[in-house]
Design a protein around this ligand. Structure first.
Ligand code: C2E
Ligand code: MG
Ligand code: MG
Ligand code: MG
Length: 278
């Protein structure tokens, strides 16, 4: 059962949980119920072009809203959802909702060109992933050009040949592809060459230390140059202060996502945020 370890932080999964444990069964039924009752909601975090002051895009981030009103952060249930396979139906709801909301914002003339949606490794094992996505784009009317798929290096590495094939299909459909948390996984530069990546997201751990740590600064600088040389976009994640934003801009990165500009917001609050950028 979910343990409340003080505050409102639930620990819903840990590595020692296995398929035999009763915790596992309870969680699986909790998550199944959450799916049926549509308790997964999306928050949206703006990605800002710090040079123009315009919104570059938003990232959709899932939360589990429990019936008691508490919000469970993704790191507390996504690993379990991946392990149990429930990430597949959860991911489908997430994708559909992000596309529905984006199409609606665009129809209302909101300045939103792009929504980034996270896909985990397990979702790439879903044989009908591409068909599912095509179906969602069609029924929601969300243009594929408005969708950026976020994958991590480890997700991409799990089955290289297959990942390559499906990413190419995504690109052919018109979607873009970001490599998330870049620099924290294990990947070869060869894959950067072979995968049809359209942007690199600099992990927040490097951004966090960019001001005071010469190694992080060197890594951030090099990733920006790498992205420029590859002709792909670069997005810095996790900027919390004006000083970090300035440092990133000085290093040549103008697209920035972080608490400095905004935390992830519920859809209605993001709409207010966007109204300031019309
Ligand atoms: P991520 O994709 O790297 O998302 C960025 C995370 O950094 C988000 O945490 C965001 O709230 C947080 N963040 C953004 N700016 C700042 C900042 O300035 N400071 C700090 N300290 N944090 C910042 P969140 O929403 O808790 O999501 C955590 C992770 O859960 C995501 O990391 C992603 O890997 C996963 N996740 C979230 N939504 C989904 C989803 O719909 N599907 C899948 N498969 N994974 C998801
Ligand atoms: Mg992400
Ligand atoms: Mg990230
Ligand atoms: Mg992450």
């Amino acid at each position: 059962r979910a343990k409340n370890l003080g505050g409102n932080r639930f620990v819903l999964y840990n590595a020692t949980m296995n398929r035999q444990s009763s915790d596992y069964v309870l969680l699986e039924s909790d998550l199944n119920q959450a799916l049926k009752q549509r308790q997964f909601i999306l928050h949206y975090q703006p990605q800002m072009n710090s040079q123009t002051g315009q919104i570059y895009g938003v990232e959709a981030l899932v939360r589990w809203q429990r019936p008691n009103g508490s919000l469970v952060p993704p790191n507390d249930f996504i690993p379990f959802a991946e392990h149990s396979g429930l990430i597949i139906p959860i991911g489908q709801q997430v994708f559909a909702e992000a596309c529905r909301q984006t199409a609606q914002w665009q129809a209302k003339g909101r300045p939103l060109h792009k929504v980034a949606i996270n896909l985990s490794a397990r979702q790439f094992q879903q044989p009908d992933l591409q068909a599912m996505i095509m179906q969602i784009l069609e029924t929601t009317g969300c243009p594929p050009q408005a969708v950026e798929i976020e994958i991590t290096e480890s997700a991409a590495m799990e089955n290289v040949a297959y990942t390559l094939r499906i990413l190419k299909a995504f690109r052919d459909m018109g979607m873009s592809i970001a490599l998330d948390d870049f620099g924290t996984g294990f990947s070869s530069l060869r894959y950067l060459k072979e995968f049809p990546i359209t942007s690199l997201k600099i992990d927040q751990s490097f951004v966090h230390d960019v001001l005071y740590e010469t190694k992080s600064r060197a890594i951030v600088k090099t990733v920006i140059e790498l992205a420029n040389n590859l002709g792909v976009a670069v997005i810095a994640e996790g900027a919390e202060t004006q000083e970090q934003v300035n440092a990133l801009q000085d290093l040549g990165c103008s697209v920035i996502q972080g608490y400095y500009f905004s935390r992830p917001l519920p859809a209605d609050a993001l709409e207010h945020f966007m109204n300031r950028y019309r």
